[in-house]
Design a protein around this ligand. Sequence first.
Ligand SMILES: [Ca+2]
Length: 183
Amino acid sequence: MATRRIQERHGSCMSASAQRLQGIQLQRNRGYGRLHCLVQIREAEFCVVINEVVNKPEDIGDTKGVDFLELKNDCEQSIDMTGWVISDEDGKEFVMGAEGCEGKHVIDANGYFVFFRESDCSFTFGFTKNDKATLKDGTGLVMDETEWSEGDADKGFSWSRIPDGSGPFQTSLPTAGVQNVAA
Ligand SMILES: [Ca+2]
């Protein structure tokens, strides 16, 4: 599975736009250049995961009772997620960096990025008690996905990775923009 995804990524890398390849220096030696590009893309894109989802919120701090989805970047470089997509089980989609939101979806190195439902430049569809969140990059490849059912994240709780970025999803306490906390 891992090999297949890397090969797909290689192909998308070689056909990507100049903007997408910003910061990547292809070498004159084509063989080396392809390898270099492959490594950079993989490093950049597998850094970001879905870290937390809240679908039946209560007013907690600044979250004000809205669904939210938190991404986590586990790498030492910021990543421009323009063109990336968040969707739910029904296939409703939100595309980052669309008109009016250019440059607003950059996740800091080792940082969090939180989308509050119906905030500026965020998703507008709602997550339900039985649902799924998917994160895709600009080429349509799935970066991360999580699915939950009733009882996993009841009102007042969230569905998040413990520990952040790498652990399995479990019932947790809502922690928008900060480290996850088990329930
Ligand atoms: Ca969190």
